[in-house]
Structures are given as structure tokens and as C-alpha cells.
Design a protein around this ligand. Sequence first.
Ligand SMILES: Nc1ncnc2c1ncn2[C@@H]1O[C@H](COP(=O)(O)OP(=O)(O)OP(=O)(O)O)[C@@H](O)[C@H]1O
Ligand SMILES: [Mn+2]
Length: 545
Amino acid sequence: MAVLRTMKLKERLFISLGATLVLLTLLLIVDVQMDFGVANRHLLQQQHQSQHQKIRFGNGNDYDATAAGAGGMLHEFKRKFLQKSNSSGSKEASTQAAAASQSGGVTSGQDAAAAAAAAAGGSGGAAGPGTGTMHSTRKPTPHDRYVDLQKLLLTDEYYHVIVDNAPDVSVDNPTLSEMLHRTASANASNLERFQLRITKKELYSEQDTLVDAVLRDMIKLPIQHVVQKEGGTQLKLIIEYPNDIKALMKPMRFPRDQQTLPNHFYFTDYERHTAEIAAFHLDRILGFRRAMPVAGRTLNITTEIYQLAEENLLKTFFVSPSLNLCFHGKCSYYCDTSHAICGNPDLLEGSFAAFLPNFESGNRKGRKLWRHPWRRSYHKRKKAQWETDANYCALVRDIPPYDEGRRLYDLMDMAVFDFLTGNMDRHHYETFKIYGNETFPLHLDHGRGFGRPFQDELSILAPVLQCCVIRKSTLIRLLEFHNGPKTLSQLMNESLSNDPVSPVLWQPHLDALDRRTGIILQSIRDCIKRNPPGEVDASENDLSS
Ligand SMILES: Nc1ncnc2c1ncn2[C@@H]1O[C@H](COP(=O)(O)OP(=O)(O)OP(=O)(O)O)[C@@H](O)[C@H]1O
Ligand SMILES: [Mn+2]
């Protein structure tokens, strides 16, 4: 009995020991789990906070588009580019800063858009697919007609911001024909006539009838020969028609609703043929008339390219696994088998830009290539000077040809134009040499526009935000688009509907045009507030705002 009792005691001891051990283990597990839980929650909280901060930064951001004291668009812009932390520090720090500014920049751009849109009529801001953090808490305000800006147009009180510098096409505006002492022969093509009618101040006049003829020719005329255009990063073809008519073709690569890949920089983005078409129409609607006519056309890849291709291009043709005819040409970036252009099954869409004139005239032949002062770094980590130097505009204003005449205002027009299309790829621009400096910059190369319809890239407006100047005539246009009777998207839609490859733009891109018009107007209002008459340009010194 005693043994049994001891046995039982032993058993009891074992059992209680075992139980304690199990309990301890359980406690440990629970403890560890609790620890993780807390850490997780901590992480979550952090995430939540940063998200919240983003929302606050955006919606609140102490940025009230209607409040006079707010820094406004320039403030948004400075947050992104001109903060000291962005331009100094170790490589790691700068990489982090770049990453932060990238992700923050997206938010800031969108939120600035939302703020401006809210101020401009509360049409929902820049919210769109993939913009989950975009929830404006602001009540929609009635449509802001920018009456303050309209009133300013009637006075010259703010002539230092709203500059009366519309090119007067009625004086000192010789045509190329006059400059070169060349007249169109009786059998000259529409394109040659168009080229000879180009003037010092614009590519074609407001009433010009040749634009439609030039477009029609590029769409309808039979193609005789296809050559690849040398140079550049992406494939372009020179299309030759009868009578020495030529067009620069950019082939379709993607469907209309394909957006710029999120991890692509502006300089690794592919070109979109529709962007070239839309940009021409936009340039015309804006009244700039600095872009050559561009039309869409669908070709038969076999009979209209392959059979007419020059030898070098011909070598790059192949039949894909799905039996489509493809080619990739030769260029420095996207000309290989994995970036080939294929018929679908044998049709291929493209943009066709009327060829620029190539007349010779002694030593002043051709075009002059200018480095754009607000050019980006074209490097994934480096920043350009304008992104870190708050006084950058003052610098530019002192340098010819920006120190006098029209050129600085032309750059402002270009910034407005590029901001509307979302084109960040403005490294150089060209002018006709024969006209010297008092001539317009050509609006060329818009293939990288219309890539991100749900983001408004405020940095494209940097010239306007930093210099705080805009042409009066451009501001009048923007106000007309904003207040109607027809919005910019309606005008674009109407204009683009005549193109053979219509619908040219995906609807979100059209919506973006109206939203961005509001943002530009808001930026000008901010400039007005920062630059009262009689004071030196305060925009350069108010980093504290
Ligand atoms: N309509 C045109 N007619 C004749 N030449 C043109 C025309 N448009 C552009 N070019 C010339 O072709 C060059 C390349 O065109 P574009 O910039 O559109 O192509 P790209 O592939 O984007 O080139 P890059 O990679 O160098 O930017 C331009 O710099 C310009 O000199
Ligand atoms: Mn380009």
C-alpha cells in the first residue's frame, strides 16, 4: 500500500511537474506571440500613421487653396524638390530622400491636384484607380470661376506675373518662303507649301487651310518607301509618299489604356503614338501652333512597311510565334526582339508627323538645338540644379536668350503644355536658325506624354512656379477652358474625333486635362498672392512658406 501510495505520490509529482512544464511552455508561447502581436500592431500603427500623415500632408497639408497665407502650388513643389534634406547627405540618405520624394511626390501631386480641383469646383480631384489614399474631406465648393484672375486681365497691375507678350503675327513675321527667296512651284505638294508658309512666329496661322490638307495627305496617299530614322532612343520610321512628301512615323506599341509602368522613370518610359497625335491637337487648341501636324493611320504591315522597307530595316523583320509579322529596327534602347513591333494580325497603327522643312540657306540652314534650362537629370538618383536651387529662375532670367524678348515666356507656354500632357521628357528644344532668337521654340517629341492620367506631375510646372510668369494670352485660354462654354476635354474630344484612329485618348487622359487646367490657374493665383505689385519677386525667397 505504502509503495502504491509512494508510487501515486511519485506519479502525482511527475504529473504536476509535467503540467507545470506544459503550462510554462504555453506561457512562453503566449508571451512570444504577445510580443509579436505588439510588434505587429506597432508596425501596423506605424504604417497607419504614415498613411495618415500622407493623407494629412495631402488633404490638410496646411494647404488651403482658398487661404491667402498658404504657400500653394509652389509650396507643394518646394516640399518635393527644394527641401535641404533632398540635396545633401550621404548616398544612402539621398537615395532614401529620392525614394521618399518619389512616393511623397505622388501624393503631393495628387493632393495638390485634389486641393486645386476642390478649389476649382470640387469635381472629385485626382482620385482614380490606385489612388487609395485620396479622400478629400473638404466640402465641394461652388465652381470657382477665377474671377480674381479675370479681373486682373483688365488691368496691368500684375504685368510682372501676367505678361502681355503675345507674339504679334501681323508685324515682322516673314515666311520661310520670303526668307529663302523660294516660291512654291505650280505642282508643289501641300506639305511643301505648308513648309514655305511657316513664319518666324508660328508654324501655321490661325486661319490656315493647309493643315487639313497636309493631314489628309499623310492619311490617304500611298506609301512608297520606308526608312528607319537614325538616332534617338526609340524606333521611328521615315515614311515617303509621292512628290517628295515625308512623315515621321512612331508605331503603336501599347493599347490606349496602358499607363506608364509605376517603376519606370520618364527616361525609360516607352513612347505612345497617340500622345504625338493628341499633343498636336492640344498645341493647336492652346493657340500656340508650334507643333507640326500629326495624324493617325493604320497600315498593313506587310504591304505598307515590309514590302517598301529599306534593306537595313528589312533585316530586322521576323515572324512571331503567333505568326504575326514583326520588326524591331535598330536604335539605342528599345530595338530588339523583346520590344518588337508586330502586326495585329497584319494591321499596325502609328502617328504620322508632317516633316519639318529641310531647306538650305547658306550657313543658317536647319534648326538650332537648345538645352532646356529646366531639363531633368536623366539619372535615377541625381537631381538637376532647378530641383535644389530656390533661385534658379533668377539665374535663367539673366542668361540670353531668356533675358529679353519672347523666349522665357515660350518656356512658360511649353511648361503649361507639358504639364497638361504630363510629358516629363523635355531635355532639348529646337528653333529655326534662320529666324535668330526672336522666334518660337518648336514643340517636338511628345511620345512620352499622356502616360499617367491619375497623377498630376507638378514638377513639370516648375518654370511657371519658380518664375511666376505666364503670357496673358495663355492665361486667357486657360480661363476659357475652365469656365466654358467648352472645356478643354470637350474641345480635344471634338478635334481628335476627326482622326482615323479615333478614339485617340483614353477618357481618363481627357479628364486629366480639365483637372490640370484648374491646377495651373490655382498656381497663377498663388503667384499673384506672393507677388504684390511694386515688390521684388517674392517667390524666390519664401522657402519658409
Ligand atoms: N516632324 C519631324 N520632321 C522631321 N524631323 C523631325 C520631326 N520631328 C522630330 N524630328 C527630328 O527627329 C528627332 C527625333 O525625334 P523625337 O525626339 O520625336 O524622337 P525620339 O525617339 O523621342 O528621340 P530622342 O530619343 O532623341 O528623344 C528630333 O530631335 C528632331 O530633330
Ligand atoms: Mn524623345
